[in-house]
Design a protein around this ligand. Structure first.
Ligand SMILES: Cc1ncc(COP(=O)(O)O)c(C=O)c1O
Length: 434
């Protein structure tokens, strides 16, 4: 592209270009190519604060702006493109479910598998499409062979449902769960690696760990731990519920045996979508729902769960397509939004941020505490008085509220959140002593 055209696109990347985009909102190919033109040769870091560019992305979501959702880590809305695709596919199913679902739509899932595998960085034959990270992780935790006394190593900050799954195996199969405590905030990757390494024993058969810890937003050095585990013949089960499509990484090169993800969080795919990536160990892993050949090496054996809708799974493809407009830019924008509110609050003497804010350590998610106010009271007040949604975190080692904006979040919405936090710092929580 010549310099004249670059300059033209830069100057029109203001309000005029923004309105042109709205008109194009149902033509997603153009939306994406125009978004790319707006970015031109500017780096993701430079683009992270570009108002006209992110205005376009905000418009791609039809969300109710009378409330401010800062719990996108819980479950996120889909952009209109993805939502519409799901609604269309549901209607197609409903025309004649047995035929449409099983002979028309289900076979199309194969292309979704290919797209998803490409976005994650693996072979499609290693990618099972599931309903969420919980299902994927339970396939792993219940599906590996373990003897009484065998140990699964994990942390006290792993997701409660997964810890409960291991506890159930403790009761049923007399295995043992070992948990390490991660510092809050984590100081360094070396520190985390050393903690895992020193907790491995001759009985350790598997490691369950988060790629990004949901209660602090800490990104853990998964690749290094997988390498250590592999050398010792220990299986790795990575809980990537919050990682894929949040920050950029090459899933295939992490070296994990099993990697689980929810797609209704950061990919903005329809609710009830997730995946399980299994590398080389498919035959050894028992499915949750028994297929005709449970020891098969075909990844599809994990998808034999009985009748379920095709529509949400088909619309995953829209999520991967939408992701092509951003990926690295999305990651930087999410950090920009996180820093936007954190920078306005972090120096207050009663505010504590429980997240390591260095770029390699975190992205959109941060957890904040106000000394003297319970997280549940903070969350209740933010919702009751300001229509702002956050989530309380009560852990044995720390507490706070988790704040997760998404790319559709506006700076004005974050200003309103900061104003509400300032109000709590000055006046406490309605009806409670601070
Ligand atoms: C770390 C982690 N793992 C697993 C899950 C379960 O995800 P889902 O409910 O989508 O199965 C969550 C949900 O928030 C999570 O934060």
């Amino acid at each position: 592209m010549d310099n004249g055209r670059r300059a033209f696109l830069r100057t029109t990347a203001g309000a005029g270009a923004a309105y042109a985009f709205i008109a194009l909102k149902d033509n997603w190919g153009e939306f994406i190519s125009n978004a790319n033109s707006m970015a031109l040769d500017r780096s993701p870091e430079e683009m992270s604060g570009d108002k006209p560019f992110w205005f376009q992305v905000q418009q791609a979501y039809e969300v109710d702006r009378s409330m401010i959702n800062l719990n996108n880590g819980g479950v996120a809305p889909s952009p209109r493109m993805v939502h519409d695709a799901m609604v269309r596919q549901l209607a197609i199913t409903n025309n004649c479910p047995p035929r449409q679902l099983w002979t028309l739509q289900d076979p199309q899932i194969e292309l979704v598998r290919v797209r998803l595998a490409k976005a994650f960085g693996c072979d499609p034959e290693e990618m099972a499409i599931t309903r969420n990270a919980s299902e994927s992780l339970q396939i792993c935790l219940n599906g590996i062979d373990l003897e009484p006394g065998d140990e699964i190593l994990t942390t006290t900050q792993d997701y409660a449902r997964m810890l409960n799954t291991i506890k159930q195996r403790e009761q049923r199969d007399k295995i043992v769960m070992k948990q390490i405590k991660l510092p809050v905030p984590v100081e360094s990757d070396d520190n985390v690696v050393a903690l895992f390494e020193s907790a491995i024993t001759p009985k350790t058969r598997a490691i369950l760990m988060c790629h990004i810890v949901n209660i602090t937003g800490e990104i853990l050095p998964v690749k290094r731990i997988c390498e250590i585990a592999r050398k010792r013949g220990i299986l790795t089960i990575i809980d990537g519920a919050h990682a894929f499509a949040h920050f950029v990484f090459d899933g295939g090169s992490l070296g994990a045996d099993f990697y689980a993800c929810s797609l209704h969080k950061w990919l903005s795919a329809p609710i009830g979508t997730g995946f399980l990536h299994a590398k080389g160990r498919i035959k050894d892993l028992w499915p949750l729902t028994a297929p005709a050949e449970p020891r098969s090496g075909d990844i599809r054996k994990f998808e034999e769960i009985g009748t379920h809708p095709s529509a949400p799974r088909m619309a995953i493809a829209g999520g991967t397509y939408f992701m092509r407009a951003s990926a690295r830019r999305k990651e930087e924008r999410l950090r920009y939004l996180r820093n936007y509110w954190v920078d306005k609050l972090k120096d207050h003497d009663r505010v504590r941020i429980h997240t390591n804010l260095a770029p390699g350590h975190s992205c959109a998610i941060a957890t904040v505490e106000i000394d003297g106010i319970k997280p549940v009271d903070m969350v209740g007040h933010l919702w009751a008085k300001h229509n702002i949604l956050t989530t309380p975190i009560e852990h044995e080692d720390f507490r706070g509220i988790r704040v997760t904006p998404n790319t559709y979040t506006t700076l004005r919405e974050l200003d309103l959140f900061v104003e509400a936090m300032d109000g709590m710092l000055k006046n406490g929580v309605a009806g409670k002593k601070s």
